[in-house]
Write a protein that binds this ligand. Structure first.
Ligand SMILES: [Zn+2]
Ligand SMILES: [Zn+2]
Ligand SMILES: [Zn+2]
Length: 329
């Protein structure tokens, strides 16, 4: 531990220096341009105008004068632009001293702070994060930058990933594939990065990680562990499940059954088999245990043995009685 502290003491100022130069190159002013070409053009037109007048070429002199007017307008605009560039206040940046103080302060706020000179990275480890009783584990926030380059970027990585049941790439409701959805924290984070307020940068990211916004979550915490299928108990994600249209209970696609008649989706225990064809139906599509199609078939068969003209279905027993009564009498 002592060596780590000593290492920090040695590395922190060097890393801060590199970060300072990176932040400063990001805010170096845009190059100022003196409008030489426009001025040279005006000088040439002025000479031409004098020459045209002295020779009595009045039409040519009029053309030169109008060219001169637009060149002067151009010069005015360029000078005004240059003036506003020079007048602009350079934005304030954290001093080297502030940066060192910030990096040191991180050590009291976070579990672990890593200073890596070879990769120009400053990283912190958060405490294990728990959102609405869902344990997500600790996260590493790493800020990278390099001197001479005018950009800083950060990554957020789950150190002991507890991803959503439906997607391993989602290690936090607001992280997908290592990308943090900053939500309302975006603007303050951008400002803190621009101003070089390093302590604030890490704190804002930590705050985003410890705040849950169900509206912008990649996977909601309610569904984090998936929803169990009411039949087999398997954990399912949004696109792996459906629901029983009679009871609303969650079903995985494997367990879901559809009624062979009305095609409603049902849990297996909400269906019955037709005693004739053995297909599965909802109770509404069975009449005394027989499906409509099988009933139709039975009726057609019964009609085929009836004498012509008889239209009411007649049971076999009744047919026998009819035969008896029309017999020897
Ligand atoms: Zn199931
Ligand atoms: Zn049905
Ligand atoms: Zn049937």
């Amino acid at each position: 531990m002592k060596t780590l502290v000593n290492l920090h003491r040695k590395l922190t100022p060097r890393l801060a220096e590199r970060l300072h130069s990176c932040l400063n190159s990001a805010r170096a002013p845009a190059p100022r341009v003196w409008p030489v070409a426009v001025i040279e053009c005006i000088e040439r037109l002025l000479r031409l105008e004098t020459k045209a007048h002295s020779r009595g070429w009045f039409a040519a002199a009029a053309i030169v004068r109008s060219q001169l007017q637009s060149a002067l307008t151009d010069l005015q605009e360029r000078l005004a632009q240059l003036r506003s560039q020079v007048d602009l206040q350079p934005p304030s940046t954290s001093s080297l001293r502030d940066l060192i103080a910030d990096i040191n302060a991180l050590q009291s706020e976070f579990e672990q702070v890593e200073v890596n000179l070879s990769t120009s990275t400053l990283a912190v480890t958060t405490r294990p994060i728990v959102l609405e009783d869902v344990f997500l584990g600790p996260f590493k926030i790493a800020l990278s930058f390099s001197a001479g380059q005018s950009s800083t970027s950060y990554t957020v990585t789950a150190l002991e990933p507890h991803p959503a049941a439906s997607d391993d790439a989602i290690t936090h409701p607001h992280i997908q594939d290592g990308h943090l959805c900053e939500g309302e924290g975006r603007l303050p984070l951008q400002r803190a990065l621009e101003d070089g307020r390093i302590f604030d940068v890490f704190q804002i990211i930590q705050q985003i990680l410890t705040t849950y916004n169900s509206g912008s979550a990649y996977v909601s915490l309610d569904d984090w562990h998936g929803v169990p299928c009411v039949t087999c108990g398997m954990s399912t994600s949004d696109d792996e499940r459906t629901s029983c249209q009679l009871t609303g209970e969650m079903l995985c696609w494997e367990c879901a059954v559809s009624c062979s008649d009305c095609e409603r989706t049902l849990a297996p225990d909400r269906t019955e088999c037709c005693s004739e064809c053995d297909d599965q139906f909802c109770s509404a599509c069975l009449d005394q245990g027989i499906c409509h199609a099988c009933q139709d078939e039975i009726e057609t068969e019964a009609e085929s043995v009836l004498p012509a003209g008889a239209n009411a279905p007649v049971h076999a027993v009744c047919l026998e009685q009819t035969a008896l009564s029309t017999g020897p009498g």
